[in-house]
Design a protein around this ligand. Structure first.
Ligand code: KIV
Length: 271
């Protein structure tokens, strides 16, 4: 729902229609009001309040430390800035894995306290009961397969997933299970492009890729990475659309110089 109380223009149904007519879905992350407002106005279809907030907002090495309360804070801020896009919020590590009742409680907190539109959950068969229980409460769920950063300690690396046949077949199986459970879309992260194309063809729900090639129904990037606010993360799949790190550093150095030189504020910039 928007701040005015009406349903936002992009709905889960609209995403399915976009897949059916071959219109690509543009998704980006946001974690705060001001960025979300720009992202929404620029025409992004889906805004993900990702648990990548743990990395780019809080400076943690992995996504594991971020809490449900922190995600709710970020999601509330984002929702206040969005009129058009569908807002999806990550369920953070530890809030859905072991127990479907806990998963439902976490998803309900997100929906009630943030007014976002949907939640996203990492994993396949292992977390299916949680997915089913959340969906049966009327909460839309986006799946997430392939590289699932909350499982980094199990996999040990952020390398491309599902290159071997067994893991690829499990991923295809999991994607079908998520669709059958009622997920409205699934993120495919860092898997071979041919595998992502196969999943996209076999599913009737949209696939959103990150490092999964061009055949998926949509693309997602972390907004700090594509704007070049981060400059220490350069995977092959990342296209940088700006160098905000450079722009911001230069502007801030200029400000420091002006203050030191007593050039700021000048006469027109005071009362
Ligand atoms: O948390 C996140 O930003 C994500 C995207 C990378 C898909 O899950």
């Amino acid at each position: 729902m928007s701040v005015a109380g009406s349903v936002r223009a992009v709905t889960t149904l609209r995403l399915t229609e976009m897949k059916q007519r071959g219109e690509k879905i543009a998704m980006l992350t946001s974690y705060d009001y001001s960025t979300a407002k720009i992202v929404d106005k620029a025409g992004v279809d889906v805004i993900l309040v990702g648990d990548s907030a743990a990395n780019v907002m809080a400076g943690y090495e992995t996504t594991l430390p971020i809490t449900l309360d922190m995600m709710i804070y970020h999601a509330r801020s984002v929702v206040r800035g969005v009129n058009r896009a569908l807002v999806v919020v990550d369920l953070p590590f530890g809030t859905y894995q072991g127990n479907s009742k806990v998963a439902l409680d976490s998803a309900i907190r997100i929906m009630k306290e943030t007014e976002a539109d949907a939640v996203k959950i990492e994993g396949g068969e292992e977390i299916l009961e949680s997915v089913q229980r959340i969906i049966s409460a009327g909460i839309p769920v986006m799946g997430h397969l392939g590289l699932t950063p909350q499982s980094i300690h199990k996999f040990g690396t952020y390398n491309v997933r599902a290159k071997e046949t067994a893991e690829a077949e499990k991923l295809v199986h999991d994607a079908h299970l998520l669709e059958e459970a009622g997920c409205f879309a699934v993120v495919l992260e860092k898997i071979p492009a041919t595998l992502a194309a196969r999943v996209t063809n076999e599913l009737s729900i949209p696939t959103i890729g990150i490092g999964a090639g061009g055949a998926t129904d949509g693309q997602v990037l972390v907004v700090h990475d594509m704007l070049g606010i981060t400059n220490d993360f350069s995977p092959r799949f990342l296209r940088r659309y700006a160098d905000l790190h450079g722009v911001m550093s230069e502007a801030i150095s200029h400000y420091v110089d002006d203050v030191k030189a007593e050039d700021f504020p000048n006469e027109k910039e005071q009362y």
